[in-house]
Design a protein. Sequence first.
Length: 462
Amino acid sequence: MQACLDRIQAVEGRIHAFISYDAADALAQADAADKAIAGGAKGKPLLGVPIALKDVIAVRGQPLNCGSKILGKFISPYSATVVEKLQAAGAIVFGRLNMDEFAMGSSTENSAFGPTHNPWDTSRIPGGSSGGSAAAVAADECIAALGTDTGGSIRQPAALCGCVGMKPTYGRVSRYGLVAFASSLDQIGTFAKNIRDTAMVLGAISGQDPRDSTSVPVAVPDYTAALDGNVKGLKLGLVKEYAVGGADPEIQAAVDAAVKHFEKLGAEIVEISLPHTDYAVATYYIVATAEASANLARFDGIRYGARVDGVDPIDLYCKTRGAGFGAEVKRRIILGAYVLSSGYYDAFYLRAQKVRTLIRQDFTNAFAKVDAIITPTSPTPAFKIGEKTSDPLQMFLSDIFTISCNLAGICGLSLPCGFTREPKLPIGLQLLGKSFGEETILKLAHAYEQSTSWHTERPVLT
C-alpha cells in the first residue's frame, strides 16, 4: 500500500487518475491486513491488495461525485455490494478515480475535475468513461481497480492504456450502490495488469445480490481454475461486418496477428455474421440517453447534492442543473427526453428496443457456432486531448466495437495485443463471450497473454 501511495505521489501530477484518496485510511487498512496475515488468516484471496474505485461506486463515509459538480460535497451513507465483497475478500479499498461525468464519454475529458492523461503519452486521452481506473492501473498507482461499462467504458480505456479490462455479463455483478447512467446497460467490472488478477477480482465481486433485482442467481465458478493454457478445439468467431476497414491499419494488423497466434495455439477460426451491426451505435444512443434522462431527473437540488436557489421549484431545478451538469450530460439528457416524448416514443425508443432484440439474437445465433468472438477493442489508438471534443459523433464512434456487447448483455474483455510504432501506444484485443461465459474468454485471454509479452510492458513515467 505504501508503494502505491509513493507511486501516486511521484506520478499523479502528470496523470490525474485520482479525484481524491485518504492515505491514512488506506494505511490503516493495510496495517489490519498485515495483522491478519501474521495471524494466518484464510479464505481472503485479496488480503492486503490495494484496489481503487471509479467515482460512481458508493463507499460509506467517502465522497461520491460521479465526476460532476452537481453532487457537491455529498458523502455516501452506505457502501456498494462490490465494495463489501472486496472488503470481505481482504482488499484495501481506497481512492476515488476520475471519470467522464456520470460515465458519459469516451475520453475522461468530460470530468468536472479535469481530464485524466494516458500514462503512455500524457498529451493523450486514457479512454473513457473509466479513464481514471485504466490510467491508475497502467501507471502502477494501484494493483487493480473497478470501473463501469455501459457501452465500452471499461474495455476501451483498458485498450488505450495497455491493461486488462473485463465487462461481466449483465446480472453477474451486483449494481447495488452504483450510480446509474443507463440501468439496462451498466455493469461493474474490473481493471488489472494481467488475466489471473482479473479472474481473482472478478470472482470476488460476482454473485447474486438480493438488493439488486437485476442480479441473476447463477453460480460463480472458480475463474482461476480455467486458466490452464489449453484452448485447443475452441472456436473463435471473426465478424465479417467488422472487416470493412473501420479500424486504424496498425490496429487491424495487430488483431490479425493475434488471430493467427490463436490458430497456432490450437483454436479454430470461424467467420460469423452479426447482420444488425450497422444499427448498434444508433440503437445504443437512443436507449442509453433515454434511460439517462430518467435516471438523472433525481438530481434536482432538493434531496441531496449541490443547490442553486430559485424563485420557485422550476427555477431552482433549472439553475441547479444548469450549473451542476456539464455539456455532454446536458446533451444526452436533452436527446433522451426527446426520444421519450409524446409522438416520438414509438418512432425512436420503442423501435430501438426492437432492434436491440435483433442484435441480441445475432449474438445468440453466432454463439451457436463459436465459443467466443474476437475483434479490435477500439478503432483507433489514444488520440490527443481536445482532438475530438468539438465533434461528439466522432467521439461516439470510439465505441463502435464495444457497444453491441452491452446491448446484448453478454460478457467482454480487452487485453493488450501490441503497440503502434510512432508514437508507441497500446493496442487492445477484444474477446466477447456468451452470457455467463466469462470462464471461456478468460481461458482464451490467459493462453494468449502467457504466450506473448505485450502484458509485461509498462509506460515510462519519471
